[in-house]
Design a protein around this ligand. Structure first.
Ligand code: HSE
Length: 309
């Protein structure tokens, strides 16, 4: 075994989950980035290969590079790392593409050095990659990518991340209309103030969703998948959003909303059969509109980032 090198699989994630803007996220089992992280004597971070997407390889312009540098800055390690990135998640798709690369890089580095850092500390390093990608160091994609399952960022200062039970029969259907929305752009259009009335509705749903997940109460999960604040603003950027959502609910989904900052749309269902019906209904909408799409039906990934492919 080569102890200087590790192959990493880091899952895609759905952030926000309708009601939990910047605080809730969940990892997907069916898709993720692959990377190889290698310990080298030369100091610093170098991205030596990047396949699957047209993204910058310069360390300071690459999310994995920036997250890796944040790691090195706090580490006693004298050498450096080379990183090969095999992107399976499309950039700007709304399922945590930048988070998967940032998280995979720092997790692999930590493994190769004998785990000097805690998972919480790794989240902080990976958040620097998110800062590069979106202008804001949000943790709602990197936390589930690291821990697996559902996570709640209870607080950003100090950072406090809570892992949440994943009901066994919960499936996600995620459709990605083939347009790209940059998280930085879709954050700029958000209002910076909310009304007390919207706040009351929103935190009721966050509490309801977390309780529903722990209790495996699928109806409560469904009732809580409502977003009064972000979705009304961002959904206008996503072609056919209202139709896709209506079709998903009609086909039996518990709930449906924007995945992260979009344009992907996610739906949760109880069991794979309904999740596949939901996929068919969502596809039909884009076929009618004539828009290309990718679609995934996925179990929840409860393991998070791991060694392997
Ligand atoms: N919470 C972030 C946002 C997630 O919605 O901007 C981006 O994937």
């Amino acid at each position: 075994m080569n102890t200087n090198e590790i192959r990493v699989f880091c899952p895609a994630t759905i952030a926000n989950i309708s009601c939990g803007f910047d605080v809730l996220g969940v990892a997907l089992a069916s898709v993720g980035d692959e990377m190889v992280v290698r310990k080298v004597t030369e100091e610093g971070i170098r991205i030596t290969k990047l396949e699957g997407q047209d993204l910058p390889m310069e360390t300071l312009e690459n999310v994995a590079g920036v997250a890796g540098l944040a790691f090195l800055e706090k580490s006693d390690y004298q050498g450096g790392f080379e990183i090969e990135i095999y992107k399976k998640i499309k950039a700007g798709s709304g399922i945590g593409s930048s988070a998967a690369s940032s998280t995979g890089a720092v997790w692999g580095m930590n493994e190769l050095l004998g785990k000097p850092f805690s998972t919480l500390q790794l989240i902080k390093f990976a958040m620097e990659g998110e800062r590069l990608a979106s202008g804001v160091a949000h943790a709602d994609n990197v936390a589930p990518a690291l821990f697996g399952g559902f996570t709640l960022v209870r607080s950003y200062d100090p950072l406090d991340v809570v892992t949440i039970h994943s009901p066994a029969e919960l499936y996600a259907t995620v459709i990605h209309p083939q347009i790209e929305i940059k998280t930085s752009d879709s954050r700029k259009i958000l209002k910076t103030n909310i009304t007390l009335q919207d706040g009351i509705k929103q935190w009721g749903n966050v509490g309801g969703l977390v309780a529903g997940l722990f209790k495996e109460d699928y109806d409560l999960i469904g009732r809580s998948l409502v977003d009064h604040i972000i979705e009304p603003v961002r959904s206008i950027l996503i072609p056919g959003f209202d139709e896709v959502k209506a079709a998903a609910i009609e086909a039996g989904a518990l709930g449906c909303g924007i995945s992260g900052s979009g344009p992907s749309i996610f739906a949760f269902s109880k069991g794979p059969e309904i999740a596949n019906k939901v996929a068919a209904a969502m596809k039909e909408v884009y076929e009618k509109i004539g828009l290309d799409y990718d679609i995934h039906v996925s179990k929840i990934n409860i393991e998070g980032v791991r060694e392997g492919r």
